[in-house]
Structure formats: C-alpha cells, structure tokens
Design a protein around this ligand. Structure first.
Ligand code: GDP
Length: 365
C-alpha cells in the first residue's frame, strides 16, 4: 500500500485534514492487511471499476486499493536539531513513499501563524530546509564512515562515496536530493539512507471554505503554484474545513454537498489521484466468486513481480497470467463471453502489466 506522510508547520490545517481522512476512511477492521496506529488514516483509492466488477462477480467481499496517510506532527524550524519532536518526527517520515506538505493559504486573523503572516513560499522553504538539514546529517554520517576505505582504493566504497559527495554538494546548496541528478546506477547507492528530500513531494494548498470552488483566484495559491512548477512538484488545492464537513456525511449527501459547492470531486480524491500520478502507480484487479480486489503497482511492473504483491509463493511458482483488460471484460459482459471471443490472453512472466488488467495467476505450489 501506498503511504503518504503529511507534514506542515503548526496551525496550517494538518489536524483538520487528517481528521477528515480518518473519518472518511472505513473501519480499520475492513483492512485486516493494514496495521493501523492512531496517527494513520486509511482511505480507499477512488476507482469506479471496483464497483462495476463487484456487480459482475457478486463476490463474498470486495477489497479496494487503499492509501495510508500518516500524520507526522511536530515539524518546526529546528526539527533537524532535535527541536519539537525532532528525530522521532524524522524517523516516521523516512518510512513513507511520498510527502504531502500542507501549506496555509487561508487568511484568518483569529488563527495565528507561527511566522506572523501568510506566505506559502516562505513556509515551504522553512520545512524544506529542515528536510535538507536532516539529509545532510544522514549523508555526512555515511560518508564519514566509509571515507577511509574509499580512499584506500576499495572500488565499491569509492563508487558509493562519490555518489554521497554528489548528494551532499546538492543539499549544501539548499537543493533537495531529488535535484542531484542521480543516474539509474547511482540511485541504489543511497537507497538505504531513505533520504527525505529524495521522496516525491506534493503541496496541499489549504484554502478558505469560500475559495474551494476557485482556489486559483487566491494569490497565495498562485505563488505556491509558481514555486512548485519550478521545482517540478504538484499542488493540490483543498479546503481542509470542507473536507472535514464532507467526511461527516453519508456518501450520497456528500455528493449533493459537493455539487452545491460547485466542486467536481472531494479534495481527498483529488489528493489520492495526484499521488498516484506523481508516483506512477496503476491498479490491476483479481476477480472471482470469493473476492474482487484491486492491487496497486508501479507502472512498468512485470507479471511475475505483480504476482508477488498477492503472495510470494505465487511469484515464486509463477507459470502464466490469464489476463483480460477491464474494458474488454465490461464490453463482453462476462468472463465467459470474453473467453469465447478470445480476449482472455495468456501472458508470461515478462508481460508488462497494464492499468485495469483483470488477472488470474497460474502458479506451481
Ligand atoms: P495544524 O496545527 O496544522 O494541525 O492545524 P489545525 O488543523 O489544528 O488548524 C489550526 C486552526 O486553523 C484550527 O482552528 C482550524 O479550525 C483552522 N483552520 C483549518 N483550516 C482552515 C480553513 O480552511 N479556514 C479557516 N478559517 N480556518 C481553518
């Protein structure tokens, strides 16, 4: 499952958004495969196809793909030096796949801002500086440890050392490690360091309720977008307060509420979709009388590897995948009809999985 860490300065709306996420999420009991801690919210990945498949197969249970949001409180200026929750905070964030940074774009004189005014680009800079400082420490520590061996002519150590130096130069310049231009061969050298600034980042512009339908009219959002564009990051504008209200409503009422507000979809859905796009994720499905289930993989994953998502035994004993594309299956009306039309293909281990593939893996035990 995808895991996204929510960070941001105090009083920007993190808790409000996180509460909306936890309320919108189904009961933890529905996700036996997820361990859930108090700072984790689990939400279904919006995908209408899972409902259509459920109507076709009438399975005993349906399991959508989920995204885990982790509320990482305590980031303040100085966190990398152990201020606030300091190191504990940083170790939480290391485990996530991506970072979502909540940035305050709403004006409200009753709610103080830690720096006294609303300025998204400055706020982002404060947080990103902390992340860079933490990464400098991690990278420097590793470089110090292998320096001697590297200088004594050990080729493997030297290669790693050179990559660490490249990353350090970038970080010390105030740039995230993402910008170090590491090649495919260099990236694995720093993989185990779990660098914070190597993770993809997405900015959540938290706007006032009355701006939710047209957030781009807010000059703070415009400033944030201009900044993110230079960096190659995405901005998703939401109103945390509205999300919190939506989360309290049953699905059909939430839909009506969204329409009244002139919003095409809930902010959380927008957020999850943007995260999928950012990380290059797609879903494939397994479907049968027992269970219809969505599985998340990185685009480009091959069939045998995808089988491992379900169980390592299936990956190990992989023989073939029987695959019908979602669109073909729906057009035919049933799996049987798709088979008769020759649309259920037998694919080998190197087949590159496509979004929406409805799959049955054959394997040796
Ligand atoms: P956190 O410290 O980042 O977790 O921020 P909170 O979620 O606790 O929000 C801080 C305060 O800002 C709370 O009083 C929220 O009700 C308020 N707040 C959050 N989002 C909005 C918003 O969009 N508009 C307004 N006016 N207040 C908001």
């Amino acid at each position: 499952n995808l895991e996204i860490g929510i960070v941001g300065l105090p009083n920007v709306g993190k808790s409000t958004l996180f509460n909306a996420i936890t309320k919108a999420g189904a009961e933890a009991a529905n996700y036996p495969f997820c361990t859930i801690e108090p700072n984790v919210g689990v939400v279904e990945v919006p995908d209408n196809r899972i409902q259509v498949l459920t109507d076709m197969y009438h399975p005993k249970r349906t399991i959508p793909a989920v995204t885990r949001f982790v509320d990482i409180a305590g980031l303040v200026a100085g966190a990398s030096k152990g201020e606030g929750l300091g190191n504990k905070f940083l170790s939480h964030i290391r485990e996530t796949d991506a970072i979502a940074e909540v940035v305050r774009c709403f004006e409200d004189s009753n709610i103080t801002h830690v720096s006294g005014s609303i300025d998204p680009v400055r706020d982002v800079d404060v947080i990103n500086t902390e992340l860079c400082l933490a990464d400098i420490e991690t990278t420097q520590k590793r470089a110090d440890r292998i320096a001697k061996v590297a200088q004594c002519g050990d080729k493997t150590a030297k290669a790693e050392y050179d990559v660490l130096k490249k990353v350090l130069a970038c970080l010390e310049n105030g740039e995230p490690a993402r910008k170090a231009g590491l090649t495919k061969d260099e990236l694995p050298q720093v993989h185990d360091l779990n660098l914070l600034t190597l993770k993809p980042i997405l900015y959540i512009a938290n706007v006032a309720e009355d701006e939710a339908s047209d957030p781009d009219s807010n000059p703070h959002v415009q400033a944030l977008r201009a900044f993110a564009e230079k960096e190659g990051s995405e901005v998703v504008a939401v109103s945390a307060k509205i999300e919190a209200e939506i989360a309290e409503l049953p699905d059909d009422e939430a839909q009506v509420f969204l329409e009244e507000l002139g919003l095409p979809e809930a902010g959380l859905d927008k957020l999850i979709k943007a995260s999928y796009a950012m990380l290059g994720l797609i879903n494939f499905f397994t479907a049968g009388a027992d269970e219809v289930r969505a599985w998340t993989i990185v685009k480009g994953t091959k069939a045998q590897k995808a089988a491992g998502k379900i169980h390592t035994d299936i990956e190990r004993g992989f023989i073939r995948a029987e695959i019908v594309s979602y669109d073909d299956l729906i057009a035919c009306g049933s799996e049987q009809a798709a088979k008769e039309k020759g649309l259920v293909r037998l694919e080998g281990k190197d087949y590159v999985m496509q979004d929406g593939d409805v799959t049955y893996f054959r394997f040796n035990v």
